[in-house]
Design a protein around this ligand. Structure first.
Ligand SMILES: [Zn+2]
Length: 222
């Protein structure tokens, strides 16, 4: 029985290629994804605008998710060009919205794209360690978290999210304005980080807001 199992294991290893020679570093397939390719935060923003236009025109996201790129990024590491903080809403998948493949975007998602300590640490990591030049806080239309806040909040841990959103909203605000104010509130939270302040003041990083229209697919930068 043991011998049969060993033979089966060897056969599986041969068939799947496991245990073969170590993988060779593949040449970088998406040089445009490397941060140093972009001269400035503004050029990253322009690139994202054009990629969003491609997403709107196409029914399929043909961002690079190839085995070659998986191998390349596994061996050589990641070089994303932008941090995207967005909502967990299943209609707002950042990589699709910006027509991106593997290794291009450093994405942080919470319901209502709110920023707490973990999210702020993640933003710092993307900007300071991975050297992304642009941080985008991407809110969206018909946001359930903003809607729940306007309707009076929620129970359980969801309340921590609606309380955070409520803290930046004046009374009687419309849903559309609330979505923008909520993005601006998250940007203000990011700017509380000394690391992010220094990066932004030096011009190495720009922090911008945007709203994604879940119906048309368009991202509008604020
Ligand atoms: Zn949302």
């Amino acid at each position: 029985m043991k011998k049969t199992l060993s033979l089966m294991l060897i056969l599986i290893l041969i068939l799947t290629g496991c245990g073969s020679a170590p993988i060779d570093p593949a040449p970088s397939i998406t040089p445009e994804s490397a941060p140093e390719t972009f001269e400035s935060p503004e050029s990253v923003k322009e690139f994202l605008i054009s990629e969003n236009a491609s997403y709107v025109e196409n029914d399929i996201n043909d961002g690079n998710v190839s085995q070659d790129l998986r191998t390349d990024t596994a061996v050589n590491g990641q070089t994303p060009y932008a941090v995207v903080v967005t909502c967990s809403d299943s209609r707002v998948p950042a990589e699709h919205v910006f027509h991106a493949g593997l290794g291009e975007l450093f994405v942080i998602r919470t319901a209502g794209n709110v920023i707490g300590d973990y999210e702020l640490g993640s933003v710092e990591y993307g900007a300071d360690h991975l050297h992304t030049k642009l941080v985008v806080v991407l809110g969206h239309t018909h946001c359930g978290a903003v809607g729940a806040t306007l309707e009076g909040g929620a129970h359980g841990y969801i309340e921590t999210i609606t309380n955070e959103i409520a803290s930046c909203l004046p009374e009687g605000v419309t849903a559309e304005d609330a979505e923008i104010l909520n993005v601006q509130n998250s940007i203000a939270k990011i700017r509380e980080s000394h690391i992010m302040q220094e990066l932004e003041e030096s011009g190495a990083v720009q922090i911008v807001g945007a709203i994604y229209d879940i119906e048309t697919g368009l991202v509008e930068f604020l």
